[in-house]
Design a binder for this molecule. Structure first.
Ligand SMILES: NC(=O)c1ccc[n+]([C@@H]2O[C@H](COP(=O)([O-])OP(=O)(O)OC[C@H]3O[C@@H](n4cnc5c(N)ncnc54)[C@H](OP(=O)(O)O)[C@@H]3O)[C@@H](O)[C@H]2O)c1
Length: 214
């Protein structure tokens, strides 16, 4: 995949600690989803049928989407699964990548000096995020990782593609009871959409996760 890549371990879903949540909320350049806590944005290009991948290669080629992905995620931290990282063919510049893998021997290839961190669990990923509270946090896929981080995801940045390709990898369904459409910019064949959680549950869960991990 080119520049465009456009989810819980047991015991991480407990109640939020107000103190720890406040520490996380104090992070200087985190973009809070409602101004009251940490934020985590899932970014994905999603077909009309929910498909995001077929495990092989790109499903579509949308240069404006590549450019937008690079622009909005630059300077941030990307959480991604090992399969997605490998599909990129190398590390992404100007971003910190945290790659989840259960393979303790796995090492990132093609880093060209970019910062690629490896985590073997959600908790370990959270500990790494806690070291980067000055940056915006993104979930960059794939399907397994979007689902694992879903309870902590406060915002969505979706490129809604007007095509329904074959593929076994899907994005979680965006339930309008839980997500509020914040913006939509129509393009030819696709639309850029942003969503925010209707409740603060995910922000609280995220603050708790980060607080317990750090
Ligand atoms: N359209 C889009 O915006 C978009 C964005 C991203 C990806 N994609 C597509 O999505 C597909 C890949 O998605 P996928 O669901 O197959 O794989 P994935 O989510 O990218 O990666 C799954 C891998 O992550 C590791 N992992 C998952 N949970 C973990 C945990 N709790 N602790 C440690 N490691 C963990 C495991 O790696 P190990 O097997 O090494 O243990 C697992 O095999 C590709 O087709 C890609 O092109 C599309």
């Amino acid at each position: 995949m080119a520049e465009r890549v456009m989810t819980m371990d047991a015991g991480h879903d407990g109640g939020a600690s107000p103190v720890l949540a406040a520490q996380v909320a104090a992070a200087p350049t985190q973009a809070p989803h409602d101004g009251s806590g940490p934020s985590l944005t899932a970014i994905a290009a999603v077909g009309a049928n929910g498909v995001i991948g077929d495990g092989r290669g790109l499903l579509w080629h949308i240069p404006e989407d590549f450019a937008r992905f690079k622009a909005v995620t630059s300077g941030g931290v990307l959480i991604m699964g090992r399969r997605t990282y490998e599909s990129l063919g190398g590390a992404l510049v100007q971003r910190v990548s945290i790659v989840l893998t259960r393979d303790r021997l796995w090492r990132a290839s093609n880093t060209r000096g970019e910062q690629v961190l490896v985590a073997s669990s959600v908790r370990q990923t959270a500990a790494l995020l806690a070291q980067h509270t000055d940056k915006r946090w993104w979930v960059a896929g794939g399907g397994e990782i979007y689902r694992q981080w879903w309870p902590y995801t406060t915002d969505l940045d979706i490129t809604a593609v007007a095509a329904s390709p074959d593929g076994s990898v899907t994005f979680p369904s965006i339930d309008s009871r839980h997500w509020r459409l914040a913006s939509r910019r129509l393009r030819e064949g696709f639309a850029f959409e942003t969503y925010r959680r209707s409740s603060s549950d995910a922000a609280l869960a995220l603050a708790s996760l980060i607080g317990h991990a750090s």
